[in-house]
Design a protein around this ligand. Structure first.
Ligand code: S3P
Length: 168
């Protein structure tokens, strides 16, 4: 089974993806990390040197390549992955899509500490971060809500996550 973890930046996709892959003994991939390895550049460099459009093209290409080559896997997507080129439909056709639904306040607290390596956030003053997250999450919910399962992330346990995937 292919499991696609989606959700906003800072929603815990990589964290839960790692745990789940150990538990289910499926290979784990982080979509951003695969792009970084492939390009030999950090995500921020890709955005500044090549632009977001090119990044989105790479993201789609890597999503499809990993999907085609791995009938079983856990894939931690980027926060924007489901929102471009019909990727959400592609993922739903090829596996189970799980939205890690994390509250705004938790996202703000986590992202405040890690703004610098996130190209979409790093130039935003701290005082404006919450408003920007609210706006972007509002725009993206339309896509996240299409996931097969939506799980409240802060109270999640690995057992719940696994049983939701197997039974949900
Ligand atoms: C993005 C999220 C990032 C990364 C890129 C764009 C987004 O991934 O793909 O900076 O559009 O929300 P994470 O959600 O893993 O931080």
């Amino acid at each position: 089974m292919r499991i696609y973890l989606i959700g906003f930046m800072g929603s815990g996709k990589s964290h839960w993806g790692h745990l789940l892959s150990e538990r289910m003994t499926y290979p784990f991939f982080d979509l951003d990390d695969v792009i970084v390895q492939q390009e030999g550049k950090a995500i921020t460099e890709i955005f500044t040197e090549l632009g977001e459009e090119e990044f989105r093209r790479m993201e789609k290409e890597v999503l499809e390549r990993l999907t085609e080559t791995h009938p079983d896997m856990i894939l931690s997507c980027g926060g924007g992955t489901p929102c471009f080129f019909g990727n959400i439909d592609y993922m739903k056709e090829h596996g189970k899509v799980i939205w890690l639904n994390t509250s705004i306040d938790t996202l703000v607290a986590r992202l405040m500490k890690e703004k610098s390596h996130r190209p979409l956030l790093r130039d935003i003053p701290d005082a404006e971060l919450k408003a920007v997250i609210i706006k972007r999450l509002y725009d993206r919910k339309l896509y996240y809500e299409q996931a097969h399962l939506s799980l409240p992330e802060e109270t999640l346990t690995l057992e719940q996550l696994q049983s939701a995937i197997e039974n949900g």
